[in-house]
Design a protein around this ligand. Structure first.
Ligand code: SAH
Ligand code: SF4
Length: 386
């Protein structure tokens, strides 16, 4: 019997290293292992992330023999764009196929003073919040770093190819798509590192936001390695109600969660930084005056701004959207108690791109629900890459 080892295999059969998701440190190591100088990492980072190049031959400041060597062992491969959709209100959505065949979604929301890209960190989500389309699907797997940063790479490249006509720029990134980012810690941290790096996307730490439903130990771990903005998905002013909406609350109740949020702020040198508290409002569930009053007291000591999100219904949801009257009453109670409050306007609903409607396709490992199908028949717009 002959045993074939990795070394026996021709180079083409070996899996190539995908450089798209490598952090600057890992890219430096890649070049060091090749016997090259670390500044090659800076050059290649710029080609990949600033210019959107995925072909080594276009990297004209690298010697030809280095490019050939890189081609034999590495590649720059973004996940596949299945379809691209544009809403009446300018919101854009990409359905992206990741390795293994599942799909995730990324959404771009243009506003007057900014353009926010909302990206996914996992295929599905294991945390099963009762009001969330992603949670209803169960969990399939973590996204790789190249699949996370690949969503930003795809959006930036697409907007560059649209030319002047569209004038769309990604100025902010929020990890508020599918999945719980703190449960895919290393890949999310590597991807956020690229978002902040001046040789890659160069976004400011205030313009990159990680949203979590409250994985308390990982909030502390995040504070050790990152200083991005933190959003906490609270949705209830007491444990009894939050236990029903956000099951992870049974493990990490509100008092522990808010204490970890405070510790996160304490690690930041800039005392003006604030936590964003997200509160999805559902009719007759968490939208009563007494909820608002309880929330105002609960958050009175935490430096925070409160973002109220009217619930977005989806196929299998049991909840209704808050009424306008209840929404504004809720907001005013918080404001009168001295809180900074914003109301998130629903965007991209006609293409199922609104907050909490992102579903993609997940091979539902936990069999918690039927495979999600979109209520709206989407008309994909032909996607053109430059
Ligand atoms: N897992 C992370 C990030 C993804 S969810 C988290 O939970 O924070 C991003 C935000 O969308 C969260 O605040 C979440 O509570 C909210 N959301 C989920 N489903 C929603 C829905 N149907 N309508 C409105 N907001 C929703
Ligand atoms: Fe997961 Fe966030 Fe949805 Fe909860 S709200 S199921 S944590 S994606």
């Amino acid at each position: 019997m002959t045993i074939s080892t990795f070394e026996d295999k021709p180079a083409v059969d070996r899996q190539k290293m995908n450089l798209l998701g490598l952090s600057p440190e890992k890219l430096e190591k890649f070049f060091k292992d090749m016997g090259e100088k670390p500044f090659r990492a800076t050059q290649v980072l710029k080609w990949i992330h600033q210019i959107g190049v995925d072909d080594f031959d276009q990297m004209t400041n690298l010697a030809k023999d280095l490019r050939e060597k890189m081609k034999s062992i590495a590649e720059i491969k973004a996940p596949e764009v299945v379809s691209y959709h544009e809403s009446k209100d300018g919101t854009c959505k990409w359905i992206i196929r990741v390795t293994g065949g599942d799909c995730v979604e990324a959404v771009f929301i243009p506003e007057k003073d900014r353009g926010t890209l909302c990206i996914s960190s996992q295929v599905g989500c294991a945390l099963d919040c009762s009001f969330c389309a992603t949670g209803k699907q169960g969990f399939s797997r973590d996204l790789d770093a190249f699949e996370i940063i690949g969503q930003l790479w795809i959006a930036v490249k697409a907007f560059n190819s649209f030319g002047d006509k569209a004038n769309r720029v990604v100025s902010n990134v929020v990890m508020m798509g599918m999945g719980e980012p703190l449960l895919n810690f290393d890949n999310v941290v590597d991807s956020m590192g690229l978002m902040l790096n001046d040789n890659a996307y160069g976004l400011s730490k205030r313009r990159v936001t990680l949203s979590t439903s409250g994985v308390v130990p990982m909030i502390d771990k995040l504070a050790e390695v990152s200083d991005v903005s933190l959003a906490i998905s609270l949705h209830a002013p007491n444990d009894e109600l939050r236990d029903q909406l956000v099951p992870i609350n049974k493990k990490y109740p509100i008092s522990l969660l808010l204490a970890s949020a405070q510790r996160y702020l304490d690690k930041m040198p800039d005392v003006r930084r604030k936590i964003t508290i997200e509160y999805t409002l559902m009719d007759h569930i968490n939208d009563r005056d007494e909820h608002a009053r309880e929330l105002a007291i609960l958050l009175s000591k935490l430096p925070c701004k409160i973002n109220l999100i009217p619930f977005n219904p989806f196929d299998q949801s049991d909840y209704r959207r808050v009424t306008k009257t209840a929404l504004y009453r809720f907001r005013d109670i918080l404001k009168n108690a001295g809180h900074t409050v914003t109301v998130r306007t629903t965007r991209g609903e006609d293409i199922s791109a609104a907050c909490g409607q992102l579903a993609g396709t997940v091979s539902d490992k936990t069999r918690r629900s039927e495979r999600h199908t979109n209520k709206h028949q989407l008309q994909p717009i032909k996607f053109v890459m430059s």
